[in-house]
Structures are given as structure tokens and as C-alpha cells.
Design a protein around this ligand. Structure first.
Ligand SMILES: [Zn+2]
Length: 184
């Protein structure tokens, strides 16, 4: 069980799967090094919208890997919002399984990756190290998984749109309910 320290929640496991896709039958020889970099605290993560930026330190040099995620489908944003009502919703493994059963599995999907290193591959050791570091962070706080997909902004925009949509009919209902007989 050498690598159970990454992805021990289902939310974090999604990020391990980006490094270790199930369709890949032979393990990538770079994975142990990528895990070591993450474990040793060599990966600094920042997120901006749906872009995860990882600065990976290698001795005196550092490379920057950018991972851009695909937008979360509106239906998934709405489904998660419905399940997350309440003042302090918690993102449990059970919630994840419920969303998955509803057809809205909240797993991240890659749009693009790039890195400043010379490896010229979408799966250089820095990108892989970034997946592991994200797995660790997501295990600590699954909200990180949703934030990296820009869920919270999308959800608040969705809530605004829903409020606007429900405000309009209410206004019309109010106008229609003014019976002329009440005034004469
Ligand atoms: Zn790289």
C-alpha cells in the first residue's frame, strides 16, 4: 500500500486518476518521482478560474505546469447546488456517490495541460506531480476539487439567474392579481 496517502477520499481519488488513468495498463515510470515531489512539498499550487498552476521546484530551478479543466456542465452545477443547501454543507464521499448516481459525477476533466520544462509531453513529471499535490489538497478539503472547476462562481451565477427568472413571473402574477373590481 505504498501510495494510499494520495486519494483516500473519492474526491481526491479523481486527481490520482488523472495521473494514473485506468486505461493505462503499464504504470508510467515517472509516477514515483512525481509522488516524491508532491510528498516533499516541492509543488506550489495556485488556482485561477479553471486553471491550476503548479510551480514545481527542482533543486535550483523551477518549472511551471498549467492544468486547465473543462467547464462543469450547468446541469451538474445545478445538481450539486441542490445537494449543498444548508449553512455548512460537507462534501462527503456519500454526497459524491449520490451525485454520481444522479448522473452528475463531479470529477475534473482536462481541457489542456502545458509546462515550461523541455519535456514536450502533456504528461511530464511536473504535470503528474501537480495531480498528486491536488489529490492531497482535495483529500484535506474536497471544496478544492469544486473550486478548481470554478463551481462556486458558476453556482452563484446560476443562483442569480434563477432569482432573476423567478422574480419576473412573480411581478406579473402580482400585476394580474390586481382585480379591477377591487378599485371600483
Ligand atoms: Zn514539466
Amino acid at each position: 500500500m505504498p501510495d494510499s496517502d494520495f486519494g483516500y477520499t473519492v474526491w481526491g481519488k479523481d486527481w490520482v486518476r488523472l495521473a494514473e488513468p485506468l486505461r493505462q495498463t503499464r504504470p508510467d515510470p515517472q509516477l514515483p518521482r512525481a509522488r516524491r515531489l508532491a510528498r516533499a512539498g516541492k509543488v506550489e499550487i495556485t488556482t485561477d478560474g479553471r486553471t491550476v498552476r503548479a510551480v514545481v521546484h527542482h533543486g535550483r530551478t523551477a518549472f511551471t505546469a498549467n492544468i486547465e479543466l473543462a467547464p462543469m456542465p450547468q446541469a451538474a452545477v445545478a445538481a450539486i447546488s441542490r445537494r449543498l443547501s444548508g449553512p455548512r454543507p460537507t462534501l462527503t464521499d456519500d454526497l459524491y456517490r449520490t451525485l454520481t448516481a444522479d448522473g452528475h459525477r463531479p470529477a475534473p476533466h482536462l481541457a489542456t495541460t502545458d509546462c515550461t520544462c523541455p519535456a514536450a509531453t502533456p504528461r511530464c513529471v511536473h504535470v503528474l506531480a501537480a495531480y498528486y499535490e491536488m489529490a492531497r489538497r482535495v483529500d484535506d478539503d474536497p471544496r478544492v476539487a469544486l473550486d478548481a472547476q470554478d463551481y462556486f462562481r458558476a453556482a452563484s451565477q446560476g443562483a442569480d439567474a434563477a432569482a432573476a427568472a423567478s422574480a419576473t413571473p412573480q411581478r406579473w402574477i402580482a400585476l394580474n392579481s390586481l382585480e379591477p373590481d377591487d378599485y371600483f
